[in-house]
Design a protein around this ligand. Structure first.
Ligand code: KG4
Ligand code: ZN
Length: 333
């Protein structure tokens, strides 16, 4: 039996739709909303309105690219949580209406678990059990994955996400939003000569807000002595910020690997594009014998293919939602 899924993602500022046939990605359309750069961050109201404008054309494009008609779809997978509530509502309401009109089942998807499933789109794929570090603008967590449908979070950020740490420190340095890719580029031309303190957080949880504050105080002091301090030392500052964010992430990931004895280690989320983080993962592969897995960047950032991939596993397990399903900003609501 062939299973044709339509997957939709609208949790933040990307409107995306994908067609998955028998678990294979046949199309993955992502429309990123550039208008947020103007405001230095994602504006929830602007994001919701953009999803409303984009969702129909994006779904139609995904169907066209896969060469199928809406009548051929067997089920709809939709991101229910977590994310911006107004953005999630657009996708969930659209998916519910379409499922009702077509009389086909709905599958609700946890966005964070779906990020992990990006590791099953292309080869090589991790073996169970594996650890996954999910790092994006909205989330930072380490999970243990025992099967496609058995994911347990071992640690998460208690304040800012890793991507947010890049973006907020970048703002302090006068860089445009999103600052993560710019810091990465400039860091390659500098040296990590400034040592910002590493937070002392117990267990496998992360914290990044102290880093932003210590950089701010450090810069305020330096700029008093030399008004051009930031521009004269920008590359070294970027390298120092990046080095600390990566060491916070990697120290916890190494500890999780030691605690669980697992050497199958995956990485996902937009920050997986960071070159220093990728280098650090490769170094652990050589030093600690890890097998590392990093999906292609288009599947690391927000996309509907990962939603459809997870939806496919839920379809096979018969896990369907009904019309009473509601979007939620948090996973546990
Ligand atoms: O997963 P994503 O596309 O969107 C969500 O937040 O869900 O991740 C975006 C985040 C932004 O914070 C951006 O600054 C960061 O990923 N990012 C990077 C790099 N590329 C994207 N951070 C550091 N280095 C990069 N090369
Ligand atoms: Zn995401």
């Amino acid at each position: 039996m062939t299973v044709k899924l339509l997957a939709i993602e609208s949790s933040c500022d990307d409107t995306s739709a994908s067609v998955i046939i028998d678990g294979k990605v046949c199309s993955n359309i992502v429309s990123s909303q550039d208008e947020h750069a103007l405001w230095g961050g994602v504006v929830p109201e602007v994001a919701s309105r953009a999803h409303i404008r984009l969702i129909v054309p994006v779904v139609n494009k995904a169907l066209d690219k896969a060469g199928i008609n809406i009548q051929d779809i067997d089920a709809i997978a939709i991101t229910r949580a977590p994310g911006l509530l107004g953005s999630l509502h657009v996708g969930v309401s659209y998916a519910k209406a379409l499922a009702l009109a077509r009389n086909i089942p709905l599958i609700e998807v946890n966005h964070m678990d779906a990020h992990i499933m990006a590791n099953f789109i292309d080869e090589p794929q991790p073996n169970f059990p594996f650890l996954c570090l999910t790092v994006s603008g909205g989330h930072t967590q380490i999970s243990i994955v025992r099967s496609h449908l058995d994911v347990e979070v071992l640690g998460r950020t208690i304040d800012d996400a890793a991507g947010e740490a890049f973006d907020k420190t970048g703002k302090v340095l006068g860089l445009d939003y999103p600052a993560g890719p710019l810091i990465d580029k400039k860091a390659q031309l500098g040296q990590a000569i400034y040592k910002f303190t590493e937070p002392n957080i117990p267990g496998l949880d992360f914290s990044f807000s102290g880093l932003k504050t210590s950089i701010l105080y450090f810069l305020q002091k330096q700029v008093k002595l030399d008004p051009d301090f930031i521009s004269n030392n920008l590359n070294d500052l970027c390298a120092s910020v990046q080095s600390r964010i990566v060491s916070i992430l990697m120290n916890k990931l190494v500890r999780a690997a030691e605690m669980t004895g697992i050497k199958e280690i995956a990485l996902t989320g937009g920050v997986a594009a960071n070159s220093a983080l990728r280098d650090a993962m490769k170094a652990r592969q050589e030093n600690l014998g890890w097998n590392i897995y990093i999906p292609s960047i288009s599947y690391c950032t927000d996309n509907a293919a990962m939603i459809g991939k997870y939806g496919y596993y839920k379809y096979l397990a018969g896990q369907f939602a009904d019309q009473s399903m509601e979007a939620s900003a948090r996973v546990d609501e």
